[in-house]
Design a protein around this ligand. Structure first.
Ligand code: GTP
Ligand code: MG
Length: 199
């Protein structure tokens, strides 16, 4: 699938304010600084569509980008950023949970995982919550340019082992690097394949 046209539609503070209608959408979530906004720019081949930053906590609202007038990419705020107040963290999480529980047109949530780290509790708890709430999701291992092919394989194996302690199967997953430019075709193909069957 090639993307011809993409435009920013709006930033919403909650699910109710999100664009109306029922175009299929794909959202990106994960710990702060994992590379969600960078990945959206890479997938759409636009440099500054989604705002990126070396400082965690850049994305604070639900951002909708309309692709070829027929589907949305959604950039969500990151979770697990230590340097915010407890209250702020709570309001991030309730915004996220509220969006995920209510947004019927969301076909799949991409959960981004930093491929360099061992499974983190906040990611695992979040994935557990997705399962309990039957939210469809896939994993994307990010920043894979930062480790060797062997280390990457070990990292993914460790994730599989951890998730399979509580899950019957491992979800669909992708590996990506916005720096080395890998993963784009696979992710876009997955979107193309699931988008039409969701209509
Ligand atoms: P928040 O909006 O703050 O939650 O962060 P985010 O998940 O949107 O991360 P963002 O895309 O802003 O990227 C965070 C930092 O990671 C930036 O400095 C990016 O340049 C860097 N980064 C993102 N993707 C990659 C990647 O594939 N490889 C490398 N080496 N760095 C990356
Ligand atoms: Mg961001």
């Amino acid at each position: 699938m090639e993307i011809q046209d993409v435009r920013f539609v709006k930033s919403s503070p909650d699910e109710i304010s999100c664009p109306q209608g029922n175009l299929p959408e794909y959202a990106f979530v994960g710990r702060s600084n994992v590379g969600k906004s960078s990945l959206i720019n890479y997938l759409t081949d636009r440099k500054n569509l989604a705002k990126t930053s070396a400082q965690p906590g850049k994305t604070k609202l639900i951002n909708h980008f309309l692709v070829d007038d027929c589907w949305y990419l959604v950039d969500l705020p990151g979770y697990g950023y230590a340097k915010v107040s407890k209250g702020e963290r709570k309001s991030f999480m309730s915004l996220l949970y509220n969006y995920l529980e209510r947004r019927a047109s969301m076909v799949c949530l991409f959960v981004l995982i930093d491929s360099r780290h061992a499974p983190q509790n906040n990611d695992l708890e979040f994935i557990q919550w997705l399962g309990e709430n039957q939210i469809p999701f896939a994993l994307i291992f990010t920043k894979t340019d930062k480790l060797s092919a062997l280390k990457l394989q070990q990292s993914i194996e460790q994730y599989k082992k951890t998730l399979l302690q509580t899950w019957e199967s491992f979800p669909p997953f992708f590996i990506s690097s916005t720096l080395a430019k890998t993963g784009r075709d696979e992710i876009l193909r997955f979107i193309a394949d699931t988008k039409d069957s969701s209509a």
